[in-house]
Ligand binder design. Sequence first.
Ligand code: ZN
Length: 225
Amino acid sequence: MVTSQDLPRGIHTNVKAGCPSCGKGIAPYGNYPWRVGGDWKLKCPNCGAIFPKNDFRAFYESALDEHGFFRRELGDQSLLFNTEHPDPKDPLHKIYVDDGYGMMDEKGNKHLFIGYYNDFIQWKRIVSALLSLSRTYTLTSDARYAHKCGVLLDRIADVYPAMDFAPFHTLGFAHSHGGRGTGRVTGRPLLARYSCLDARDQILRLLYVVVGAVAEGLQIAEGSM
Ligand SMILES: [Zn+2]
């Protein structure tokens, strides 16, 4: 799925506090230490703790508007609870719960887990899929790969015009942008990471793929007449 503007992106969860479970124990694992710990969940490489503790996908899907864009205000608030502590009377019922804009730990620290996942995992997968599909089509001439690539590119084109990192810079989400908050999906210097969206040769190559798929589709249609 291609996430839209209102779902934050960020490259840190909380550098000062570290891991909500082992604190600075995560520090030796580098600047970007978190690993995939499940669907919209991150795992600490040091202690193995997994955050957030809510089912974010369920909340995400409840918050989609008529265009399939995430709108936090539309989300079902009853889904925002710690699934390991489902009893509303449990003091941890609302702790470690991230609605996309960060979660609180037991000490009152805010951690930006979903923003990190959206940036490092989700968008990385989107771009990897684009590049893999276009390369595979180039190597195999199998139109199925070009079609999937075109569908994905079309969906990115739906969300990309509204992409703006600045609001998240204001909210404290970190990125590499020289302190100016500039950028779209990511901070401006890291846009190169998404070269398929900006680099001219990649755009041309992807257009070639899409045009090739359309041409092949027409040939198939003509052949069936
Ligand atoms: Zn940890």
